[in-house]
Design a protein around this ligand. Structure first.
Ligand SMILES: Cc1cc2nc3c(=O)[nH]c(=O)nc-3n(C[C@H](O)[C@H](O)[C@H](O)COP(=O)(O)OP(=O)(O)OC[C@H]3O[C@@H](n4cnc5c(N)ncnc54)[C@H](O)[C@@H]3O)c2cc1C
Length: 582
């Protein structure tokens, strides 16, 4: 299936939602002009469409392979990685002091979306390397930046994140990997990690592992975790005592090696502390915030790719008439198009908030932007990835029976997308983060006030006026649910409402961002500017989302405020009971 990067749409969202023009007013991003954005999107589209997309099926069919502690990527992947590195794509967001281009993360997201739509298993390596770059930029020493950051930014080397151990998944604080200080200030690392994405491969000469471990006497739980940099090859080129023991056989992203890593089997694994001892979670959060937005982006990318496949098929397949003409197929295609545009806006908006948090010279504005990014990050990760899976599934439905057959290629997107709600903190954990950490920060009040004001000032009129009622109703539900959760003492009740609350919040923010685009599209049409077909579609999509997706979301206020009682209405024995025993 052919992939075409949605450049006009991406550019419109960068302008209207990420406010890339406003970002370029900040000194850090002054090099970003409309022409720069356009040429970057056009060039990255070439890499995505011509190099990565043709490898997507090959990667799925061949998968990464393992033999004697080495991993071989599928045919063509190493060459593709070289093209990616040689094109300077790894350096887009990097610090100019270390060879980066210093471009906004929001723009990097648009590029990464294209690469991921083209080939998710390939592009996930970039998401993790980017996380490592962020963590080292924020917490690395001067020497670490000079030695490692520059090589990650220029794409010579790739990076990994090593949190998970068999007994420590969502409960990161349960990890047991050890780090003992050596006389020269470095550390001996011993332990093993599972499920490490791109932990070993043959595309880059070195791999920089960022590893969470405990120093002797560290406090229990997350307070006693430190972050270490463990290179596969040490300075000077000798191999460090870190090895890939095996790779997983899994549902999707077959070309992305998911590695079991052993550190210090021969007592010789050397690691370097990043930041302070026991300060690992802080450093890790820097990495995870970017990576979480990056994983949310995977939801957008897969939804876009699945939509393109479904649309192409629907325009050709005839059942009485071409299936694209049947109302129910239109319902599915409109749902896919509207949802994809909605989550794209959500993710770019969140990335732009992080850009402002880092780059706004006014500390108060920077703090506000950070609070907004904090609030929206779990929503962008979880809502967008849930939607990615739902849209990939809907694409199979559009294909009918052949969608379930591997040869069409559409099933791969559902298999690939299914990991995104699980890794980088499961979506259940994202929802808990939203209700237990982000809600108490109080920034939701400010955001809802802004949305409220926007809704009340929507102009009357045939199309946009219709959206106002639905938006007002859904915002009212979200306010009610937020107040209810904020006022609750029982953590069980709060946790019970977390997932439907995140979905309601995500849907409302998406509807708001789509309606904003519709208002801008209407203004451009009135001014006789822009592509009429594209702008009218923007208005129709926003209206579809408001009328079709908002009402069921608004009804989530009931389940959110139900309390935990209903979830525990059956005892564990009753959950296990076999009806034949009664
Ligand atoms: C393909 C793949 C790639 C991965 N890549 C990496 C990587 O590069 N680096 C890395 O470190 N890890 C990686 N992981 C691991 C991934 O991040 C974990 O699988 C994930 O965090 C969940 O942990 P777990 O599998 O132990 O599930 P568990 O923590 O056992 O969770 C099982 C279920 O219980 C729920 N649950 C658990 N605790 C709670 C709670 N407190 N409240 C409510 N619900 C809860 C979860 O939401 C989930 O639904 C990868 C995993 C896979 C499959």
């Amino acid at each position: 299936m052919i992939y075409r990067a949605p450049i006009a749409e991406q550019h419109f969202v960068l302008d209207s939602i990420a406010d890339i023009g406003g970002l370029s007013d900040l000194p850090a991003f002054e090099a970003v002009s409309a022409a720069v954005v356009e040429s970057i999107l056009l060039e990255s589209a070439k890499l995505a469409e011509e190099v990565l997309a043709p490898l997507n099926r090959i990667g799925d069919a061949q998968g990464a392979s393992f033999s004697e502690n080495t991993v071989t990527l599928p045919a063509g992947f190493v060459e593709a990685y070289r093209k990616y590195a040689a094109g300077g794509w790894a350096s887009l967001g990097g610090d100019p002091a270390h060879g980066g281009q210093g471009l906004p993360f929001a723009l990097g997201c648009a590029v990464q979306e294209q690469l991921t739509s083209a080939n998710m298993a390939f592009a996930v390596c970039m998401t993790l390397t980017q996380g490592a770059i962020e963590a080292l930029s924020a917490h690395g020493s001067k020497e670490q930046k000079e030695l490692y950051l520059t090589r990650l930014i220029n794409g010579d080397w790739t990076g990994t994140m090593n949190l998970t151990e068999p007994q420590a998944g969502s409960d990161v604080g349960a990890l047991r990997t050890k780090a003992e200080r050596r006389p020269d200030g470095s550390y001996h690392i011993t332990g093993s990690k599972i499920f490490i994405t791109w932990g070993e491969h043959d595309a880059a000469e070195n791999i920089i592992h960022l590893v969470l471990a405990r120093v002797p006497g560290a406090p229990e739980g997350t307070r006693g975790i430190s972050l270490f940099l463990v290179p596969k090859c040490l300075d000077g080129g000798a191999r460090n005592d870190v090895r890939c023991e095996s790779i997983e056989h899994k549902l999707g992203i077959h070309a992305s090696p998911t590695c079991t890593m052993s550190f210090g089997e021969n007592g010789q694994c050397i690691g370097y502390l990043v930041g302070a001892e026991n300060g690992g979670m802080r450093a890790m959060f820097t990495m995870m915030n970017h990576a979480r937005i990056g994983v949310g982006l995977q939801g957008v990318a897969v939804a876009e790719r699945a939509y393109q496949g479904a649309l192409a098929y629907a325009r050709e397949r005839v059942q009485g008439k071409r299936i694209v003409e049947h109302a129910d197929v239109r319902r599915m295609l409109m749902t896919m198009k509207a949802t994809t545009e909605a989550i794209r806006a959500l993710v770019y908006f969140t990335a732009a908030a992080l850009d402002r948090a880092h780059a706004d010279a006014d500390p108060e504005k920077g703090r506000e932007a950070q609070l907004l990014a904090d609030l929206l990050t779990p929503i962008a990760k979880a809502y967008a990835t849930d939607m990615g899976v739902e849209m990939a599934s809907l694409a199979i439905q559009v294909f009918g029976g052949v969608g379930y057959i591997e040869e069409t290629g559409i099933a791969q997107h559902l298999r690939d997308s299914r990991i995104a709600p699980i890794y980088e903190g499961t979506n259940g954990i994202q929802a808990l983060d939203l209700v237990s950490r982000k809600l108490p920060q109080g920034h939701w009040r400010r955001l809802l006030a802004e949305i409220d004001y926007f809704v009340s000032s929507l102009p009357d009129g045939e199309d946009i006026g219709h959206m106002r009622l639905h938006l007002a109703d859904a915002v009212g539900s979200l306010k009610y649910a937020s107040e209810w959760l904020a006022g609750k003492q029982s953590s069980d009740d709060i946790a019970a409402g977390a997932t439907p609350y995140l979905r309601l919040f995500g849907t409302v923010v998406c509807a708001w961002l789509l309606t904003k685009q519709a208002v801008i599209a209407r203004a451009q049409l009135n001014a006789g500017k822009g592509d009429t077909r594209f702008l009218n579609a923007k208005i129709a999509i926003a209206r579809f989302f408001a009328e079709q997706m908002l009402p069921p979301a608004a009804a989530l206020r009931g389940p959110i405020t139900c309390g935990a009682g209903m979830l525990y209405a059956l005892s564990e024995e009753q959950l296990a009971a076999d009806s034949r025993q009664h």
